[in-house]
Design a protein. Structure first.
Length: 260
């Protein structure tokens, strides 16, 4: 399928690894100009070069935390000031018992996973409306639909983001600007693997045992491949998806047992 986004400018936040990288790769394969971002300059440049080599796409980089205002400005500037596709992503709050969550941890989570993506939407939205094309994809979490104890900050901040942008999505739909949400279940990224390593250490099991037990709880009997996530992101970012807006798409191998 031709996604119809060749030459469009895409900013993919937090994209030197994991789900963000997978989204950037798929957008580059579709011919978009892609701006990558991450805090570790060496990892970011290595990823950018790898995507250039594979796709031949124009891949640009901005180093630094996406929560920083100057980094946000640099991301827009790297897309020549005209962002057509914005993929909002950031690191997620750590797993932490509610008793250990203080006000600073809550503020940090809300800043990273709600305030920062809204700030980026604010920066790109008017231009998208003027140009009559815009695709905003927010990477949130399955925890928006199925909150998990220990991920309370994540669930709350991401549900807040989803609610905040829901009304805005309807306000800009007339201008071919869409705002959607991708909710990952368990995808085999560094983040998932580091959590499994900690869980193995805490329980005295091997990492392989922890992975096997976790995968067995998922109807698909495996973790998601990041490229499966990237493909869904590229579709929502495509010209073909102009009639899908304000939606949350759960990608979890069937782990969520409800039908709505
Ligand atoms: N993987 C899953 O199964 C899963 C499930 C539910 C939700 N999620 C959520 O999805 C998001 C992505 O997860 P992931 O598994 O892809 O994580 P990951 O493998 O740890 O990758 C995170 C990426 O984000 C970058 N990053 C982190 N903080 C950043 C910041 N402040 N500014 C700019 N870049 C930053 C990292 O690079 P640097 O460290 O160099 O900055 C890295 O490229 C997270 O919010 C996570 O909580 C993931």
């Amino acid at each position: 399928m031709d996604l119809g986004i060749a030459g469009k400018r895409a900013v993919v936040c937090a994209s030197s690894a994991g789900l963000g990288r997978a989204c950037a790769e798929e957008l580059a394969r579709a011919g978009a100009i892609v701006v990558l971002n991450g805090r570790r300059a060496d990892a970011l440049e290595a990823t950018a070069q790898s995507i250039r080599d594979e796709t031949g796409a124009d891949v640009r980089t901005v180093t630094g935390s996406v929560a920083d205002v100057d980094v946000q400005e640099a991301l827009i500037a790297a897309a020549d000031g005209a962002v057509d596709i914005l993929v909002n992503n950031n690191g997620g709050p750590p797993f932490r018992d509610f008793a250990a969550v203080d006000d600073d941890a809550i503020r940090e989570g809300v800043e990273n996973n709600m305030v920062t993506p809204i700030a980026l939407v604010r920066r790109v939205l008017d231009g998208m409306v003027e140009r009559r094309f815009g695709r905003i994809v927010n990477i949130t979490s399955a925890s928006v639909k199925t909150p998990l104890a220990g991920l309370d900050v994540s669930s709350g901040a991401r549900a807040g983001l989803t609610g905040f942008l829901a009304g805005i999505a309807r306000e800009v739909a007339h201008a071919n600007v869409t705002i959607n949400f991708l909710l990952p279940g368990s995808f085999d990224t560094d983040r998932l693997q580091s959590g499994q390593t900690l869980s193995a250490e805490a329980s005295g099991r091997t990492v392989a045992e922890v992975r096997e037990t976790a995968a067995a709880t998922i109807p698909a009997q495996r973790f998601g491949f990041p490229e499966e996530f990237g493909a869904a992101c590229a579709f929502l970012a495509s010209d073909r998806a102009g009639y899908i807006t304000g939606q949350s798409l759960l990608i979890d191998g069937g782990a969520y047992r409800g039908i709505l």
